[in-house]
Design a protein around this ligand. Structure first.
Ligand code: MTE
Ligand code: MO
Length: 373
């Protein structure tokens, strides 16, 4: 059994599959802190979880016309240490809401395949520069490919790539992280080194990093080529051509109402809602609008916490709250949230018009119906 040696997991995590283990954070727990604690941070692994020995850890770096380099964990720790607050969000977060519109294929995530953490480590751009990535190597490359220590039944590793520009840019804030919220990265999240690509879909944040390859091509992994792409709502599994869509990198703006949780009964009078909002590409959330009357009137949510970082380097999430009045005689209230980011991108209203067969980029308004006691 390739899954015989899995780490222990927190009982509060809500599994969406057991082998491999995938699980999300309950929405109420997401609201209890700005930095999502490591032990309840959602887990998304496509393959059995590798156990990497820190003392034997090696990271290989190669590229066109360049001598292959190997770094140990202590080599990586000698570079200047940077800390970035960044969300990691699965490309399929909130998929269940899109699935409710029309059936699709993918783990049925609610709104908890997301977490916010501080990540500390060496800057990818520093490490590449010190590893002999010269101007001429850059000229011959367009992408940076990454491979994990986790391998599938066919022996091929998990893989992904990002544009060269994002990884080489010293302001891109891409890290070879060895700490998550000030602790060594837990095994489920990529011990001892995980790539953190802030603002970009979770899938490119490669855990248990084994290899970095500069190339004129994107990663040829399944997850870069045949998954984590968006499509026209009318494309079905019979006519889909994955080569026709670009791989998802920066994620669109989203928000979710997290508390009260969907199944909770509410009482007439004051109702406090809490949620998160986030946008990819380093865009900051500038506003979260809330309506309880189908969009006739909108209230602006109060920001509970947001980091004081300017776009386009704002990678953490925004926690917000809003107080509404629930009239005595009402049986239920329906509340919607929509976030606006620093490029004035806004969430789409409905899932119908953004539906796609993989249930990715599922960022329509968060709509919750609460029943009154
Ligand atoms: N890296 C490796 N090596 N293997 C994986 O299966 N899953 C990716 C990404 N990095 C994955 C990986 C996906 S799809 C997501 S959403 C994030 O890791 C999840 O990160 P987390 O488990 O730390 O929350
Ligand atoms: Mo993911």
């Amino acid at each position: 059994d390739p899954f015989a040696n899995e780490p222990k997991r927190h009982p509060a995590l809500k599994p969406s599959s057991e082998k491999p283990f995938n699980a999300e954070t309950p929405p109420g727990m997401l609201m209890s802190s700005f930095y999502t604690p490591n032990d309840i941070f959602f887990v998304r692994s496509h393959l059995p979880t590798p156990e990497v020995n820190a003392n034997q850890y090696e990271l290989e770096i190669s590229g066109p016309g360049m001598a292959e380099g190997v770094l140990t964990l202590s080599d990586i720790k000698k570079f200047p240490k940077y800390t970035v607050t960044s969300v990691i969000q699965c490309g399929g977060n909130r998929r269940s809401e899109m699935n409710a519109v029309k059936a699709l294929k993918g783990l049925n995530w609610e709104a908890g395949a997301i977490g916010n953490a501080t990540w500390s480590g060496a800057k990818l751009s520093d490490v590449l520069q010190a590893s002999g990535v010269s101007e001429s190597v850059v000229q011959k490359s367009k992408h940076i490919q990454f491979e994990g220590y986790d391998v599938g039944a066919d022996g091929s590793p998990y893989g992904a790539s990002i544009p060269l520009e994002k990884g080489m840019n010293p302001f891109g804030d891409v890290l070879l992280a060895y700490e998550m919220n000030g602790e060594p990265i837990p095994r489920d999240h990529g011990f001892p080194i995980r790539l953190v690509v802030p603002g970009v879909v979770g899938a490119r944040n490669v855990k248990w990093l084994n290899r970095i390859i500069l190339s004129d091509r994107e990663s040829d992994s399944h997850w870069q080529q045949n998954d984590y792409k968006g499509f026209n709502p009318s494309i079905s599994w019979d006519d889909v051509d994955f080569s026709k869509s670009p791989a998802i990198q920066n994620m669109p703006v989203t928000s979710a109402i997290c508390t009260p949780e969907s199944n909770e009964l509410i009482t007439p009078g004051k109702l406090t809602l809490k949620g998160y909002a986030w946008s990819g590409g380093g865009n900051k959330v500038i506003r979260v609008d809330i309506t309880a009357d189908g969009g006739k009137t909108w209230k602006e949510a109060d920001i509970i916490k947001q980091e004081d970082v300017t776009e386009p380097h704002h990678y953490g999430w925004t926690l917000w709250k809003v107080e509404l009045d629930v009239p005595k005689d009402s049986e239920s209230v329906e509340v919607w949230s929509k976030a606006v980011d620093s490029s004035y991108n806004v969430q789409p209203e409905t899932f119908e018009n953004i539906w796609n067969l993989r249930g990715l980029l599922s960022n329509a308004y968060s709509k919750k119906i609460y029943h009154v006691k």
